[in-house]
Design a protein around this ligand. Structure first.
Ligand code: GLC
Ligand code: MG
Length: 579
């Protein structure tokens, strides 16, 4: 029976291990350019800074860097409000700097992915200005409406009760055009009208422009917001129903059920069209595969649909925000196991479909703050050893933490729309502070004296230089994990066996016949537990420690008794069976 099963696994392994395209089992690194490295001393990160640091990414072993928006912007939402999709933001550099960055990336074998922000532009974009002026080409580029006039008071009100994701009405009156426009985010971010074919084409041209510059794909922003319901028979937009419980504040986005402004079926068609565009580009130009990573905080079933619908394909990496939403510092082992299996079971199968794991980005509090610094390595170990693609937000490899920023110094529009008592729970500034390179003033982020957000106070003891020198550090652990991912057993995305040992131990094996068997043990609790690894996976008498959290009592390379493995609290460990 055992032989039979092993034979079957072998057959499956041979058919599935075909991970030859560059993005498969990729290790993606999100750069927040404004905070990564400032090359010219103005306290704001820039493209030359990114170029300078590409060798660092190469050294750690990342496949690709995706950059938050680098396009011309008045920075109302720090680049997610684009005033010219075809230009580099002057604070970040020039087109020449961009081209140098691409050239350098090619030289060292690093892919560059840009942020594509299709849902809205800046109100300072020429398209919007022309739309305001009623220019025939642009007048329907955005969503305009007269609003509704109260028959008794004669007062004009917004067309519907729709809310902005950043709080308050999603409609803003424009004095020049004498109409309201829709903005699902900040007032300075008018929504484009995707029911206008000219807009769809315009945005496709934006994609083609940057693909032709040699990038390897896009991270697509705010996908669920692309389409809103069309006007009804009376020329009105329907109100959204309030939630039945949990969010009484009528100005807060969570107060409504977004049935007319979010996840419309048309959205998925658009994603599939963009996939088709990238595939045609590849075919026509004989280029590398151009991939899409998609941002959609939405229902699980819809998230899975971003991969494709069985007939058409969509995103290569539909960010797994289900895992991010369900797994936290209080999770028990069963929660983690269930959520891993949930994604693996639901996603489509086939050689073009890879799972992905992500816990941090520029919109969330830092992983080391959410889970506690003591669990930072455990989280990195988990993300790097689960099958498929891993996504890391810059600084998580060092276990950087949130920096508290006072109300008076807060700049994130989402937090500025809140109030002095609750702003911090909305603020995204704490996770966006300058990257910590070394112990020199301002953490080696800038040679200037000011920085756009404050540098974390802990930079002297938490930075790349120090963690590179130390024999055991968050970064060293991270690098070991990245290298481990190249092993055949770690490349085969169909070989995961995972179990919960209640309450707190998650244990899983990655094994492909002919290669080594790796076992990963995560102790989510705070107390030590002794386990016999052979009760779960056959590893023989001894295992070697590949790497473990900083606070582990084991050292890398140590050979230990599998029958009495000591799983310390908050510690993650990767072991390999010793033949
Ligand atoms: C996405 C971005 C976020 C931005 C929003 C509006 O959620 O990740 O930073 O504020 O879209 O563009
Ligand atoms: Mg929209």
């Amino acid at each position: 029976m055992k032989l039979h099963i092993e034979f079957l696994t072998l057959v499956i392994a041979i058919t599935v291990v075909n991970a030859n395209d560059w993005w498969m089992n990729g290790n993606f690194y999100q750069i927040y350019p404004r905070s990564f490295r400032d090359s010219d001393g103005d306290g704001i990160g820039d493209l030359n800074g990114v170029t300078e640091k590409l060798p660092y990414l190469k050294e750690v072993g990342f496949t690709a860097a995706w950059l938050s928006p680098i396009f011309k912007s008045p920075m109302a939402d720090f680049g997610y409000d684009i005033s010219d999709f075809y230009q580099v933001h002057p604070e970040y550099g020039t087109m020449q700097d961009f081209e140098n960055m691409i050239k350098k990336a090619k030289e060292i074998g690093m892919k560059i992915i840009l942020d594509f922000v299709p849902n809205h532009t800046s109100d300072e974009n020429e398209w919007f200005k022309k739309s305001v002026d009623g220019d025939p080409k642009y007048k329907d580029y955005y969503i305009w409406h007269n609003g509704v006039v109260d028959p008794t008071t004669g007062e004009r009100k917004p067309p519907s009760n729709w809310l902005s994701a950043f709080r308050y009405s999603a409609w803003e009156w424009n004095d020049v055009r004498q109409q309201y426009y829709l903005h699902q985010f900040a007032i300075k971010q008018p929504d484009l009208n995707y029911r206008n074919p000219a807009v769809v084409e315009e945005m496709k041209n934006v994609m083609r422009f940057w693909l032709a510059k040699g990038i390897s794909g896009f991270r697509i922003d705010a996908c669920p917001f692309l389409f809103e319901v069309d006007l009804d028979r009376n020329g009105l937009y329907a109100d959204e129903p309030p939630v039945t419980s949990g969010c009484p504040d009528p100005d807060d986005y969570c107060h409504l059920q977004h049935i007319y402004t979010n996840n419309l079926p048309e959205t998925m068609d658009m994603i599939y069209q963009w996939r088709e565009l990238t595939e045609s580009f590849k075919k026509e130009n004989g280029s590398d595969t151009k991939i899409l990573l998609t941002e959609a905080y939405t229902d699980f079933d819809i998230m899975i649909k971003y991969y494709g619908d069985g007939k058409r394909k969509g995103s290569y990496v539909p960010f797994n925000f289900d895992f991010m939403g369900n797994v936290n510092k209080d999770s028990k082992a069963v929660d983690v196991v269930q959520n891993v299996n949930k994604w693996l079971n639901a996603m489509p199968k086939g050689k073009d479909f890879y799972p992905n794991w992500v816990l941090g980005n520029h919109d969330s509090k830092r992983v080391a703050s959410r889970f506690g610094v003591e669990k930072a390595d455990l989280v990195n170990i988990m993300l790097q050893t689960l099958p498929g693609n891993a996504v890391t937000y810059n600084g998580e490899e060092l276990a950087m933490t949130d920096v508290f920023i006072k109300w008076e110094d807060t700049v994130d529009p989402q937090a500025c729309n809140a109030n002095p008592t609750n702003f911090n729970s909305y603020s995204r500034d704490p996770a966006r502070t300058p990257f910590q390179w070394d112990a020199s003033p301002n953490a080696g982020f800038t040679e200037g004296t000011e920085t756009w957000l404050p540098v974390s106070e802990d930079y002297k003891v938490k930075n790349v230089m120090m963690q590179e020198r130390a024999p055991h550090s968050h970064l060293q652990i991270f690098k070991k994990l990245v290298r481990l991912r190249k092993e055949p057993s770690m490349q085969d995305i169909s070989n995961l066996q995972i179990k919960a040992v209640p309450d707190n131990i998650v244990i899983y094996s990655r094994y492909t016949p002919g290669s080594s068997r790796y076992v990963i043990i995560l102790n989510l609790g705070s107390t030590t537990q002794t386990i016999n690894i052979n009760d779960h996976f056959p590893v023989g008498q001894k295992v070697e420690i590949i790497t473990a959290s900083i606070s582990s009592d084991y050292s890398d390379g140590e050979v230990v008794d599998a029958a009495r493995f000591s799983a310390k609290g908050n510690v993650g460990t990767v072991v390999v069976a010793v033949q």
